[in-house]
Design a protein around this ligand. Sequence first.
Ligand SMILES: [Zn+2]
Length: 196
Amino acid sequence: MQSAGNSKKSKNRDPMASLRRFIMIMAEKKRLNPQNAIAVFDAILQHSGGKGISDEELAAMFGFSQSEVRKILRILYDNGLAKYRRGRHPETGATRYFWYIDLSSVNVVLVSRKREVVRKLKEKLKYEEENEFYYCPNHPLKKYTFDEAFSLNFQCPKCGHVLEQVDNSARIEILREIIRRLEEEIKEDEAKIRAS
Ligand SMILES: [Zn+2]
């Protein structure tokens, strides 16, 4: 129990792990294979020290279609994770784009992701604080708002049991604690970015 909690905590603190999760979610939203998106991201990361890597090279490296690679690059670019510089094909002289990852901008992206999470958690917290919820002891997974419970005459629609009020104080405490921790992390991250 103790070790599981700790490993989860350290996983959350690993910025690259949370970045990869974010990339996978964005890829899924665009109906792309999340693992392929991670493969492309990692390959660009490895080549970021030199001149970068072109989309043709990325497609050839994994056997992905160029259109898939371009869609993945688009996601990385739109989220400020990847950048490109223009170059020339060594033989044909045609314009090529060489992609690379700027780690300082990646840190900025991570902080803004965390800020977004904090904003959503605060909305959730406000909702929990301002609303009463009801449940049926026989069907505890379903929660009703006050309005819903009122329109049901405070009776479970499935079994008729009287609906009882949910004690959401523990949930509120947990939300407050997560928000507090994230805000602390953001402060630390911002100090690191300023120092770099
Ligand atoms: Zn019930």
